[in-house]
Design a protein around this ligand. Structure first.
Ligand code: C2O
Ligand code: CU
Ligand code: CU
Length: 479
């Protein structure tokens, strides 16, 4: 715990990771000025040992989000340690170059611990990436986005009312890399931006303020096969996107701002009891105004800019013919019961080895993520009947699966009536390696995911941290 300056005036009480390199290159760890943990810089193939000590008066455990590690190194909540205890992580870095992160993953405390500051970035580098000569060093910028709310006395404000149970906690103040100041001086050349949404629940619709398309070069699991441009990019909690931005033609003294643009999430209620339920639009949630995420101020001329490669890292696309059990699809059904979101009709159980989905180790699986319909919910949830409730309870859910990165095979909108969908639909990157996929209202998503090397319990859950802590999480048994 620490008190740090975030807003002008009183310091804010936060939780924070602090570290040092005991052995190895000092560049393995880079402190950021704000409350966030240091950036951990890993090299593919490297063996790392991390001594995690809990100095908080509550249990805690750390998860290496996006990293392919054995069960006991994965920060499962069953391994939480108490104050004064130590957990030693040891693993070999097996991920390709990219941007991952780490955060607290404590049973029912993930949302509050991450909210108070327990998160940080991980970068992985490798030979294939170095050959691309992407912008590096001071031209490779982390942009960790979080939303927070503050009291009059500058303390973090957090509430968990009915509204937050449904939508998750959205703060009213955007922080960048743990700080309020978001102006970044840059030179007239290309930069690599590693963007992480480390917010509890807020979904960003990233776009440049002058309408310039965004050039994506990487997703959760590393670099894309080739750069792709988007009018805007939806970035849900835990998702990463890497952008290429070139300031070469910009005037010294001018600004370019990365915004989160307005968009809509339809929320609806049932207009009457019983029967099929009449739906009525209650509200347009989402985001009503553009928010400033980062302002790049062109401060200096230079002419040493690298060129955007047209090919990055090759990727073999998987299809149904590659999966191990072609006639089997693993379901991840999103539903709700007793005002809590669930997966596959259940809420989280720490260790229930009986009623969990079993997946053969070293297999490639097709997984279908979908919203339970009202009828199915009635059967599985016991007591929710009719077509209305499913819609009423709809929320976008960023579904995260621990372990190896997956590929998105298809994204289908089953309920296209929504004009709100048009405000977000062009912002999904479906071509890269992913560990978290935003499942919008009415969407059904098919993915193909490998389960190699490690046997044991691996989590899948909603990365809306309020949903996760309320039990929207399950284990896979890989064995
Ligand atoms: Cu980033 Cu299981 O979480
Ligand atoms: Cu994870
Ligand atoms: Cu959710």
């Amino acid at each position: 715990a620490a008190d740090m300056p975030i807003l002008p005036g009183a310091h804010t009480h936060v939780l924070t990771y602090r570290g040092k390199v005991l052995n190895g290159p000092q560049t393995a760890l880079k402190e950021l000025p704000g409350y966030l943990g240091p950036i951990l810089n890993f090299e593919r193939g490297q063996k790392v040992r991390i001594y995690f000590r809990n100095q908080l008066p509550e249990p805690c455990i750390t998860h290496w989000h996006g990293m392919h590690v054995p069960q006991v190194m994965d920060g499962h909540p069953m391994y939480a340690i108490d104050q004064g205890e130590q957990y030693i992580y040891e693993f070999e870095v097996d991920n390709p170059a990219g941007t991952n992160w780490y955060h607290a993953h404590t049973h029912e405390l993930t949302a509050t611990q991450v909210y108070q500051g327990l998160g940080g970035l991980i970068t992985v580098t490798d030979e294939a990436e170095r050959r691309l000569e992407l912008p590096s060093g001071e031209y490779d910028l982390p942009l960790i986005i979080q939303d927070r709310s503050f009291t009059q006395g500058n303390q973090l404000r957090y509430m968990l009312g009915m509204h937050q149970r449904m939508q998750g906690f959205w703060g009213d103040t955007i922080l960048l890399n743990g700080q309020k100041d978001n102006v970044i001086p840059v030179k007239t050349r290309a930069y690599r931006l590693r963007i992480l949404n480390a917010s509890n629940a807020r979904i960003y619709k990233l776009g440049w303020n002058d309408g310039t398309p965004l050039t994506a070069i990487g997703t959760d699991g590393g670099l894309l096969p080739r750069p792709e441009t988007f009018p805007y990019i939806m970035l849900a909690p835990a998702e990463r996107v890497e952008l290429w931005v070139d300031f070469s033609d910009r005037k010294v003294g001018s600004d370019l701002t990365l915004h989160s643009l307005p968009y809509q999430i339809p929320t609806s209620h049932m207009g009457g009891m019983g029967g099929r339920g009449r739906m009525g639009m209650m509200d347009q949630a989402g985001q009503h105004e553009a928010l400033s995420i980062a302002t790049f101020r062109i401060a200096e001329r230079t002419s040493d800019s690298p060129k955007l490669p047209d090919r990055l890292i090759p990727m073999q696309r998987w299809t149904a013919s590659h999966v191990t059990q072609p006639d089997k699809t693993v379901p991840i059904a999103i539903g709700m019961r007793h005002m809590s979101f669930q997966l596959n009709g259940r809420t989280f159980e720490m260790e229930n080895y009986q009623e969990i989905e079993k997946i053969p180790v070293n297999s490639l699986q097709r997984i279908r993520i979908f919203h339970e319909s009202g009828m199915r919910m009635g059967r599985m949830g016991g007591g929710m009947r009719g077509g209305g409730m499913g819609m009423m309870m709809s929320q976008p859910h960023p579904i995260h699966i621990h372990g190896q990165q997956f590929q998105i095979v298809s994204r289908t909108q089953t309920n296209s009536q929504s004009s709100a969908y048009n405000t977000i639909k062009d912002g999904f990157i479906n071509n890269g390696w992913k560990d978290t996929v935003l499942v919008w209202l009415g969407e059904e998503i098919e993915i193909i995911k490998p389960f190699q090397d490690h046997v044991g319990l691996f989590l899948y859950h909603c990365h809306n941290l309020e949903h996760e802590d309320m039990g929207m999480m399950r284990n896979f048994w890989v064995g």
